[in-house]
Design a protein around this ligand. Structure first.
Ligand SMILES: N[C@@H](CCC(=O)N[C@@H](CS)C(=O)NCC(=O)O)C(=O)O
Length: 207
C-alpha cells in the first residue's frame, strides 16, 4: 500500500490497482484542520501522499499524472516523444480552460450543490450551458479528425473530462455530450464514459 488518497476516488484512480492505494475519507472538519491545510493550502480534496517517497500532491490532474508516471501507465505519453507529449499537453490545456471552466460550475449548480442542500443558481446554469456547447463544437472538430482528444490513443486527458462531464450530463446541463447534435463528441463521450477504469472509480465512490 504505497499511496494514501485523502478524499474520494476520481477518474484517474481507475487506472491503478487497488493494492497500491488506500482511501482516507476527508470530512469538512478535517479539510479545515491545520494538519490538512499543510498538505492542501486550499483545503480541498483530493490529496495524495506517496509513503515511499514522502511526496504530498494536490490537484487531481497532477495526482493522475504522478500515478500514471510512477506505475508506467500507457495513458501518459512519453516525454521523449515530443509530438505525442505536446499533443497531450495541448489537450490538457483545452480540458482545463475550455471544458472544466464551464462543466464544473454546471455540475456544482445542478447536482453537487443541491445534493448538499444548496439551491441551484439558475442564472449560472443559463449562462454556462450555452458556453459549454460552444466549446464542445470545437471538440467536435478535433474529434472529427482523431479518435481521442490528444490523438489516436486514449490518454489521461480523456479521463479528466469524466467526473464533472458525467455530473453535468446528469444535471441536464451538458446535452451536447450525449444528444448527437455533435456526432464526434457523442461517439467519444460514449466510449470514454463506458471505460472499465471509470466504472471502477465510480464503484469505489459508491463505497
Ligand atoms: N482543481 C481541483 C478542484 C478540487 C475540488 O474542487 N475539490 C472539491 C471536491 S470535487 C472539494 O474539495 N470540495 C469541498 C470543499 O471545497 O470544501 C482538483 O482538481 O483537485
Amino acid at each position: 500500500m504505497v499511496l494514501v488518497i485523502h478524499g474520494i476516488p476520481f477518474s484517474g484512480i481507475g487506472i491503478l490497482d487497488a493494492k497500491h492505494y488506500r482511501i482516507e475519507p476527508a470530512t469538512p472538519e478535517i479539510l479545515k484542520s491545520e494538519e490538512y491545510l499543510a498538505k492542501h493550502p486550499f483545503g480541498q480534496i483530493p490529496v495524495m501522499e506517496d509513503t515511499e517517497t514522502g511526496a504530498v500532491i494536490y490537484e487531481s490532474r497532477v495526482i493522475c499524472k504522478y500515478i500514471a508516471n510512477k506505475f508506467h501507465s500507457p495513458l501518459l505519453p512519453s516525454p521523449t516523444d515530443l509530438a505525442a507529449w505536446i499533443a497531450f499537453e495541448q489537450a490538457c490545456s483545452i480540458e482545463a480552460s475550455r471544458f472544466d471552466t464551464y462543466a464544473s460550475p454546471l455540475a456544482r449548480e445542478t447536482v453537487l450543490g443541491p445534493a448538499r442542500g444548496i439551491p441551484t443558481d439558475h442564472h449560472v446554469v443559463e449562462k454556462f450551458k450555452p458556453l459549454l456547447q460552444v466549446q464542445l463544437r470545437g471538440y467536435d472538430r478535433i474529434l472529427g479528425k482523431q479518435r481521442y482528444l490528444a490523438g489516436e490513443k486514449l490518454t489521461l486527458v480523456d479521463l479528466f473530462h469524466l467526473s464533472y462531464g458525467e455530473t453535468a450530463v446528469a444535471g441536464g446541463a451538458a446535452p451536447g455530450l450525449i444528444d448527437g447534435s455533435l456526432p464526434n463528441v457523442a461517439r467519444w463521450w460514449k466510449e470514454i464514459s463506458s471505460l472499465p477504469a471509470w466504472s471502477a472509480a465510480k464503484a469505489l465512490t459508491k463505497g
